[in-house]
Design a protein around this ligand. Structure first.
Ligand SMILES: [Zn+2]
Ligand SMILES: [Zn+2]
Length: 689
């Protein structure tokens, strides 16, 4: 049977998403979201998605080359996806590309390691085999890539002295921390019985939150429904996955975006099964669950619910869906709390005790003040762990000219260069430029003598290694994990692999760090100079997450140059009510959410003057259209060099109260043709800026 199938795909030539009719001759079930391969102009293998099927007489269209799926995986989600595309001014194609990726070849690659078997078998081994076995035992595990088809390895494998494991199988066990309790039963029933569409549950400690989520899931299954639990991103190393496995086994589906193939397999299961627990990343909001009873959103406060490319906010999509949605939050976003106080969300509190406060401690000449060095040594003596949070990477974030005192600057983007002592290199952390430090000359005066200025995570690690010679110190930042799954390093630390961890914001994952007794936050005074409207909120959340991962009797410190500074004190006290009032007041003054909604329009061009010219014209266009409406325009501002490929960036911010005041104007703007060479991003409800 031949059908006329409208498919949607991305056309590189016009830089637009297109919908075009094709013909399909197939016995497979096809419908919205079916993945297909077509031929189109320049491309003989184009990935596309079915948008709709029509009854038409005209049969002169080209045929679809291949239909990938046996049945459409997200057919029932068409309406939700269209609604979302409309709200964020983005295309259905772009969303489908996120949700149903075509697997890439390299995605199937998993790193394999050799590890010793236990118990040790009794087979005889020769001297060579013995030496190799000892090496693997010492190292605990060795990547398979390190050996090229060694006969010794093969015989050790055969004799079962060693085995192969995948990288994602080494997650240490947290099962001893899990104990079921029935304290939550009343609250679980109340939440599930509630008629409210959206609910905010304020929680505190991570472990309690995990147990509570499992209790809600059990009760949902008992009521013959499925439950979807989402985190911004998930890692198989997260203890919550282990707890879910202990409780639900065959009823559990993990929906993670890490590997395209596994995601598609999980979606197939979800299409075919009922009465299940689905644990997924943020994209799982669109999972096609037939008997969905409840969406549970972990870490409501996490800014990573925002898509970094499409700018969708998946938490907000859950709230706007037709399903009952429960947000778990340890420090609600201001927007969420304001909505709850106004009655748009029903609120429950699950907080048992107040968290400890961060003590503010005066910065000294040395990297870490004497008092804290003493606390660290106490922890090490008692076999307790120390966590140090710092926001800069490398040895030193600045490299200063001795002659003219100017900082070393990236010649390609203008940002300051970070110094790395291990390979005597200067690197630009925003564009990737790097140069041997000995080859760098001051761009202002030509000077050749430089001094390190400030300290980064790598510098702190080295400093601590000198101070505490016997301590095992690890580091977690984008340099230490590169493209590996950093959750593995975090769980290795969590289960006691090292004494001290120094790291950037990756440390704040929703995690269990039961051995951490001391938290030190390095200088964060700079955040109060940032122009981003929600920087305090983000840092309040980071500090809160660190406390919630650790033990209840943890001591926590912030090093600052001014311990009396009021805004810093408010963040340090971790008193949510105080923080909420203080920040809300500031938001009112700067006309930021929740008082005004924001849309950020970002324009890009290679030439600065050209960009300024176009930005002014765009600004005037909006100014004219918004006349007489309660809409405010700011910009164009923030004009600066952005990235080598895209050149300069400018920003126009639209502030509004009612969606109908801006919708027609923005749609009209998007239908206009921008001058060639101008790139555009439209970000509805931006985070930061
Ligand atoms: Zn100089
Ligand atoms: Zn750069």
């Amino acid at each position: 049977m031949t059908k006329v199938v409208y498919v949607t795909f991305f056309d590189q030539l016009t830089d637009k998403d297109i919908i075009m009719p094709f013909l399909a001759k197939t016995t497979k079930v096809i419908g919205f979201s079916s993945r297909v391969i077509i031929k189109y102009k320049y491309s003989s293998h184009k990935e596309a998605y079915v948008y709709e099927i029509k009854e038409e007489e005209n049969l002169s269209y080209p045929y679809i080359d291949e239909i990938v799926d046996d049945f459409p995986l997200l057919e029932d989600k068409k309406e939700d996806i269209e609604k979302t595309a409309d709200y964020y001014f983005c295309s259905v194609y772009k969303i489908l590309e996120r949700l149903l990726p075509f697997p890439k070849k390299e995605e199937e690659y998993r790193k394999v390691f050799y590890v010793p078997c236990s118990p040790t078998p009794l087979n005889k081994i020769n001297k060579r085999e013995y030496e190799l076995l000892e090496l693997i035992r010492r190292e605990k595990k060795i990547p398979k890539d390190d050996f090229s088809k060694s006969a010794t390895i093969n015989s050790l494998l055969e004799k079962k002295y060693i085995k192969e494991i995948y990288d994602d199988e080494k997650a240490p066990s947290f099962s001893s921390f899990y104990a079921s309790d029935n304290d939550n039963e009343k609250l679980v029933q109340e939440i599930l019985d509630s008629e409210e569409k959206n609910i905010l549950v304020e929680t505190d400690n991570n472990l309690k939150e995990f147990r509570f989520a499992i209790d809600i899931a059990k009760e949902t299954l008992k009521r013959n429904k499925s439950i979807l639990i989402i985190s911004p991103n998930i890692s198989l190393a997260n203890p919550f996955i282990e707890f879910l496995n202990m409780n639900f086994k065959d009823n559990l589906v993990i929906l993670s975006s890490n590997k395209g193939k596994e995601r598609i397999a999980a979606l197939k299961r979800i299409n075919n099964e009922s009465n299940i627990v689905i644990y997924g990343d943020k994209y799982a909001v669109f999972a096609p669950i037939k008997d969905l009873g409840l969406i549970l959103v972990f870490q409501e406060e996490n800014y990573l619910y925002k898509d970094e490319k499409l700018f969708l906010n998946y938490k907000d999509i859950a709230l706007k869906s037709n399903y009952k949605t429960v947000l778990f939050s340890k420090c609600p976003k201001l927007m969420t709390k304001a909505k709850q106080l106004k009655g748009y969300l029903k609120g429950y509190s699950f907080k048992a005790q107040n968290l400890v406060q961060y003590k503010l401690i005066q910065k000294e000449d040395d990297v870490i003040p004497v008092e804290l060095l003493y606390r660290i040594s106490e922890c090490l003596k008692n076999k307790e762990q120390v966590l140090i949070f710092h926001n800069s990477r490398g040895t030193s974030p600045f490299y200063k000219c001795d002659k003219c005192s100017k900082f070393a600057i990236c010649p390609s983007c203008g940002n300051t260069l970070t110094y790395y002592e291990d390979d005597n290199r200067l690197s630009c952390l925003s564009c990737g430029y790097h140069i041997e430090a000995s080859e760098y000359y001051c761009s202002s005066c030509g000077g050749k003598e430089f001094s390190k200025s400030g300290i980064g995570t790598m510098g702190i690690q080295k400093y601590l290694e000198e101070k505490f010679k016997n301590a095992k110190i690890s580091r977690l930042d984008a340099d230490s994990y590169k493209d590996k799954d950093y959750h593995m390093d975090l769980s290795a630390f969590a289960t006691g692999d090292n004494d001290i961890i120094v790291g950037t914001k990756e440390l704040k994952e929703n995690y269990l760090l039961p051995k951490v007794k001391l938290i030190i936050v390095m200088d964060i005074d700079w955040i109060f100079k940032s122009s981003s409207y929600n920087i305090e909120e983000n840092y309040y959340e980071i500090l809160n997450s660190l406390l919630n991962s650790a033990r209840l009797d943890t001591s926590a410190y912030i090093i600052t140059s001014d311990p009396t500074f009021l805004p810093l004190n408010i963040i340090a006290q971790q008193d949510y009510q105080k923080f909420y009032e203080y920040t809300l007041n500031k938001r009112r003054m700067i006309m930021a959410p929740p008082y005004y909604y924001l849309i950020a329009l970002r324009l890009f061009a290679r030439d600065k003057n050209f960009l300024l010219n176009v930005s002014d014209k765009v600004y005037s266009f909006f100014e004219g259209k918004f006349k007489g409406r309660k809409v405010f325009l700011i910009g164009p501002y923030n004009v600066k060099f952005f990235k080598k490929q895209r050149g300069y960036k400018s920003l126009i911010m639209i502030k509004y109260r009612k969606r109908e005041d801006i919708e027609d104007v923005i749609k009209a703007f998007l239908n206009m043709r921008l001058p060639k060479g101008i790139g555009l991003e439209i970000d509805v409800d931006p985070e930061g800026e």
